[in-house]
Design a protein around this ligand. Structure first.
Ligand SMILES: Cc1cc2nc3c(=O)[nH]c(=O)nc-3n(C[C@H](O)[C@H](O)[C@H](O)COP(=O)(O)OP(=O)(O)OC[C@H]3O[C@@H](n4cnc5c(N)ncnc54)[C@H](O)[C@@H]3O)c2cc1C
Length: 397
């Protein structure tokens, strides 16, 4: 029986993995991978780390060797998909061309949240998501003595660490009362704030920006308090929003991302979705969520590929994440949302290695492990086992 053509839209972590897994799972006919960035799929995590500091090249970033796609019979196509015609099983590209599919995979990712502020479009103000964004930042580094980063989430703090490595003065401005407020316990926030200050970063929390200042290019950042901070580079890192409009316009169910079931299938049985753009019910935590991480994109993609090849695989992996800043490797096992107690192993006030365990109703639900790879492996394994069982099962602490 003819399988027909699969079109995968979005050529990054999820899209590349989905194509590779399709071949492994036995899809023998056409696979077309369409992405609107000019480069073949590349790793994003190094962008704010080794690529920003100049310790990695584009070749180092590529997810697969350039000849992988040809060898696997995967057609790489550059362009933007602008519409999905579900009844006709066709997509339209920005250049007006159309292409038929038998199955469609949406790996559309997410884009940086933008700020609407006077001066936000001045040269020297950057977002940070793509290789093009980093190349633009790197092009400005020769004239940068003082950088201001808006947002103290993982991306903002990783960027601060990288710019400090390059000897650039860095100020991080955060609206919340602590860094990493959305994602970690206060003890972890305090640890990161201490390390960044030790490394020379000026960290300001609970501050709100009113304008970006400058004549020809950025010269400063104005706070609502009236204070002005000098800056010749500004990087905005205040989170991302899912690219789900293409799906919504086609009438697919969307709720903080493209809604998929346990098999990565959207509300249309011929369309799957994976990665940052997908909203799914995590079986281990029993609630709908959207995650932004490479392991999550890979997990969705593998499940989606199996589903498209007629196999029954379910999204089941324990969510995990990592972040590298200075000499710190943070590895996170599980999700801490809804925690009601923490336990700290080690001393976060002086050293650079400790673990923060998160509990809900005495059950371990997540662990932040800083420079503690063995603790991470131990906790990840324990969580993988315990969170699959019923809520009443014993939980190793
Ligand atoms: C600087 C940075 C550092 C990070 N560090 C880490 C880390 O340390 N650990 C970690 O786990 N995760 C990290 N992440 C997050 C991780 O990179 C993302 O979770 C991952 O890239 C998600 O992959 P994705 O394929 O779902 O989406 P994306 O990587 O966002 O890719 C989606 C692709 O689809 C394209 N696209 C969208 N719409 C269309 C369209 N209509 N037509 C054609 N193409 C389209 C986009 O341009 C993009 O190329 C980091 C991200 C960034 C930006």
């Amino acid at each position: 029986m003819s399988q027909g053509r699969i079109i995968v839209v979005g050529s990054s972590h999820a899209g590349a993995q989905l194509c590779a897994s399709l071949r492994q799972e036995g899809w023998s006919e056409d696979i077309v991978l369409i992405g609107d960035e000019p480069e073949p799929p590349y790793h994003h995590p190094p962008l704010s780390k080794t690529f920003l500091t100049g310790h990695a090249t584009l070749d180092d970033l590529l997810i697969r060797a350039p000849d992988f796609y040809t060898k696997q019979g995967i057609t790489l196509q550059t362009g933007r998909v602008t519409a999905i015609h579900r009844e006709a099983h066709r997509i339209t590209m920005a250049n007006g061309s159309t292409l038929a599919y038998s199955k469609l995979a949406l790996c559309l990712g997410a884009r940086p949240r933008r700020l609407t502020l006077p001066g936000i479009d001045l040269p020297g103000v950057h977002l940070l998501r793509t290789l093009a964004d980093i190349n633009a930042i790197r092009a400005d580094l020769s004239v940068t003595r003082h950088a201001v980063i808006l947002g103290a989430g993982y991306i903002g703090l990783e960027t601060a660490a990288s710019l400090r490595k390059l000897g650039i003065a860095v100020t991080v401005l955060e609206a919340a009362e602590r860094v990493l407020a959305r994602v970690t316990a206060p003890v972890v926030s305090e640890f990161y704030a201490r390390v960044h200050r030790e490394e020379g970063v000026t960290l300001r929390t609970q501050c709100s920006v009113s304008a970006i200042l400058g004549a020809q290019r950025v010269e400063g950042v104005a706070l609502t308090s009236g204070e002005i901070i000098a800056a010749d580079l500004v990087i905005v890192g205040i989170g991302v929003i899912p690219n789900s409009e293409l799906a919504a316009d086609a009438g697919l169910a969307v709720d903080n991302g493209i809604v998929i079931n346990a098999h990565a299938v959207s509300s249309d049985p011929d369309i799957v979705a994976a990665g940052d753009c997908a909203s799914f019910t995590c079986p281990r935590y029993g609630r709908q969520m959207r995650l932004e991480s490479v392991p999550n994109a890979a997990e969705h993609a593998k499940v989606a590929a199996a589903t498209l090849c007629g196999k029954t695989k379910q999204i089941s992996a324990l969510p995990w994440f990592w972040s590298d800043q200075y000499d710190l490797k943070l590895q996170i096992a599980g999700l801490n949302t809804g925690y009601d107690a923490v336990e700290v192993i080690g001393d976060p006030t002086t050293g650079r290695s400790f673990t923060c365990l998160y509990f809900r109703e005495s059950r371990l639900i997540a662990a932040d492990c800083i420079n503690s790879p063995q603790e991470f492996m131990r906790r990840k394994m324990a969580l993988t086992e315990s969170l699959l069982t019923s809520a009443s099962a014993p939980n190793p602490r």
